[in-house]
Ligand binder design. Structure first.
Ligand code: SAM
Length: 279
C-alpha cells in the first residue's frame, strides 16, 4: 500500500488505528474515569448551552460534554485525531469540529451570544498561558472556563498579594475573572503521565470589572515592568515609567516590593500614566 493509500485507509477506518501521543502537541490523554466524571460534574453542562472544547484529543471529555445535549464546538490541532473524532462524534447533531490552532482561532466566528460561551479544556501545558490571554481578549463572549493546567500555574492564577505566586499572570487574569482552584489531579490519571501535578481551575469573567483601568494596555505595561524586577522596590522597578512623586500620588508606598501590591494599587499606578482626558 502506498503512503497515500494508507492515509486514505486510516481516514476511512480510524477505529483500526491506535493514536500515539505526541509530545510536541502536549498530548497527555485523560483515562481515569473518576477524574473525568469529577471534571464533568464541576462543569455541569446543560442542554442548549454553547460549549467550546480546546484540544479534545481522543474525546475523553467530549463524550460527556455532548451527552448533556449542549451544542459543542471543538478545536483540535492534530490532523491525525480529526478522523477519530469525526468517526466518534460526527453523527451527533450538536458537534462541530474545527481543525486548527486555538491560539489563532477567532472565537467571534462561532456566533455565540455575549456571555454565553463555556470554554473547556485539558490544555497542552506549553500553550496554556498564551491561550488564556487569547481567550481573555474575547472575555465579553465567555460565561466561564474550566481548564486542566499544571498545578503550579493554577496556584499562580489563584494567588493573592504577598507571596511568591502573585505576579503578572495572577494580576492580569484576576483583572478579568474570578478564579477558583477546584481540585488537583495526579499524573496517573493521564496517558502518558506528565512529570508534574495538575489541577482544575474555574475562571469566570466579571460582569463588571471590580477595578477598571483607564487603559488596559498601561496596566499590562506597569505590571510587566514591576515584575521584571520583582526583588527591587517599586520606586526602582518602575523608574523608567513613573517618578517617586507619581507613585506616592497614586497612594502607593514606593518602598514596597511589587508582590506586596494588590490589583487595585496596580490599576491606580496604571491610571496615573494615562493621558488626562479632556472633559
Ligand atoms: N482533551 C483530551 C484529554 O483530556 O484526554 C486531550 C488533552 S491533551 C493534554 C491536549 C490536546 O490539545 C491534544 O489533543 C493536542 O493535540 C491538542 N492541542 C495541542 N496544541 C493545540 C492548539 N494549539 N490548538 C488546539 N489544540 C491543540
Amino acid at each position: 500500500m502506498s503512503e497515500r493509500d494508507r492515509e486514505h485507509h486510516r481516514e476511512r477506518n480510524p477505529e483500526q488505528y491506535q493514536h500515539r501521543a505526541r509530545k510536541r502537541f502536549g498530548q497527555n490523554f485523560l483515562h481515569d474515569a473518576g477524574v473525568i466524571d469529577r471534571i464533568l460534574r464541576a462543569i455541569r453542562p446543560r442542554e442548549g448551552e454553547r460549549l467550546l472544547e480546546i484540544g479534545p484529543g481522543q474525546g475523553a471529555l467530549t463524550e460527556g460534554l455532548l451527552s448533556s445535549g449542549a451544542q459543542l464546538d471543538v478545536i483540535e490541532l492534530d490532523k491525525d485525531l480529526v478522523p477519530i473524532l469525526q468517526h466518534q462524534f460526527a453523527g451527533h447533531g450538536h458537534f462541530n469540529l474545527h481543525q486548527g490552532d486555538a491560539l489563532k482561532f477567532d472565537f467571534n466566528t462561532l456566533g455565540a451570544a455575549p456571555r454565553s460561551l463555556r470554554v473547556v479544556g485539558n490544555l497542552p501545558y506549553n500553550i496554556s498561558t498564551p491561550l488564556i490571554f487569547h481567550l481573555l481578549s474575547h472575555a465579553a463572549l465567555i460565561r466561564d472556563m474550566h481548564f486542566m493546567l499544571q498545578k503550579e500555574v493554577v496556584e499562580r492564577l489563584a494567588a493573592g498579594p504577598g507571596g511568591g505566586d502573585w505576579g503578572r499572570l495572577s494580576i492580569m487574569v484576576q483583572y478579568h475573572c474570578r478564579v477558583e482552584h477546584l481540585f488537583n489531579v495526579g499524573p496517573g490519571a493521564f496517558n502518558p503521565p506528565p512529570k508534574v501535578e495538575s489541577a482544575i481551575v474555574r475562571l469566570v469573567p466579571h460582569t463588571t470589572l471590580p477595578h477598571p483601568a483607564k487603559d488596559h494596555r498601561l496596566l499590562e505595561r506597569v505590571v510587566r515592568e514591576a515584575f521584571n524586577q520583582r526583588r527591587k522596590t517599586l520606586r526602582n522597578a518602575l523608574k523608567a515609567l513613573l517618578g517617586a512623586d507619581q507613585i506616592e500620588a497614586a497612594g502607593v508606598d514606593g518602598s514596597l516590593r511589587p508582590e506586596q501590591l494588590d490589583l487595585a494599587a496596580f490599576v491606580r499606578l496604571a491610571d496615573s500614566l494615562a493621558q488626562p482626558t479632556n472633559a
